[in-house]
Design a binder for this molecule. Structure first.
Ligand SMILES: Nc1ncnc2c1ncn2[C@@H]1O[C@H](COP(=O)(O)OP(=O)(O)OP(=O)(O)O)[C@@H](O)[C@H]1O
Length: 206
């Protein structure tokens, strides 16, 4: 049986940090953001649908979709944002389901799906267990400002546009407190995995 884990959090909560730790343990991590980027590459179904909907103005010189331009269009237009999501999200789901099937076929012990909006997009049906990477507001704000070179106002606006992290706690099977050191976070991750029947020894693939 392959255990399918959904990894989630909020902006700058530490998903990538935990995802890197998992990869270091030789665990396959599927990143929903990367899959979304791949899904809209030139020639893909979603690429064609996006051009049909938004026109060729959103293309760059090399024919690829200009994600910044597209982002600017949907930023203030809820209908267009929904149209875009309606095109991209099913493709991302399909891609992730394919990876899950492959992992099962290869009898992998674990596969992790890194999905920032796991709860909001109601994608929990794809996974057996969920891990929330949690930080308190103060830490989140501080790390987001430092990482993205943002002012307090800019960082607050981004955090406030998401479901509050604290509301995700009750939705998750396991919560990793990432307010402390990287080492403390790694310890908690190992603890969660061991509670679910995995330890360092059986995580390593030969
Ligand atoms: N325990 C920690 N101690 C100190 N800094 C940390 C810790 N965890 C993460 N960080 C830093 O905080 C920032 C956010 O972490 P990370 O990029 O992993 O978050 P994320 O949830 O993947 O973010 P996003 O979804 O916004 O891309 C990064 O600069 C990272 O280096």
């Amino acid at each position: 049986m392959t255990l399918i884990i959904g990894l989630t959090g909020g902006i700058a909560s530490g998903k990538s940090t935990v995802s890197t730790m998992l990869k270091e343990m030789d665990i396959q991590v599927i990143d929903a953001d990367i899959e979304a980027r791949l899904a809209v590459q030139k020639g893909e179904q979603a690429y064609k649908k996006i051009i049909a909907e938004f026109g060729e103005d959103i293309l760059m010189d090399n024919g690829e979709i200009d994600r910044k331009k597209l982002g600017a269009i949907i930023f203030h237009d809820e209908d267009k944002r929904q149209t875009l999501n309606g095109i991209v999200h099913p493709e991302v789901r399909k891609r992730m389901m394919t990876k899950i099937e492959e992992a099962k076929k290869n009898q992998e012990e674990i596969i992790v799906l890194d999905i920032p909006l796991l709860f909001e997009s109601k994608l929990t049906y794809l996974v057996d267990k969920t891990i929330l990477v949690y930080v308190d507001l103060e830490t989140q704000l501080k790390r987001l400002m430092a990482r993205n070179q943002l002012t307090v106002e800019e960082a607050k606006a981004r955090i406030n546009s998401q479901m509050p992290l604290v509301d995700k706690i009750r939705l998750a099977d396991a919560v990793i407190d990432n307010n402390g050191s990287i080492d403390y976070t790694r310890k908690q991750l190992l603890q969660v995995l061991s509670e679910w029947g995995f330890n360092k020894a059986n995580l390593r693939r030969e």
